[in-house]
Design a protein around this ligand. Sequence first.
Ligand code: ZN
Length: 72
Amino acid sequence: MQNGLRVESNQHTPVADAGYAPAYGVNGLTDGSHCAVCGTVLVPQQVIPALTYQEVALPNAKNNGTITVAVG
Ligand SMILES: [Zn+2]
């Protein structure tokens, strides 16, 4: 009785490429995968832009009318 685990010649063997979240000044990557046998990228990893701080004016803010928020 076969276990059902067989690799077709036209199928790839996916290996997960773990992504990571961006940090401040450092780009992140989304999760992706590639084939362990032939190296074909199956799910491309996308760059997640690094986080940046941005000053936003708020009429009601106590700190001189601006706050620093994380955008990205
Ligand atoms: Zn392959």
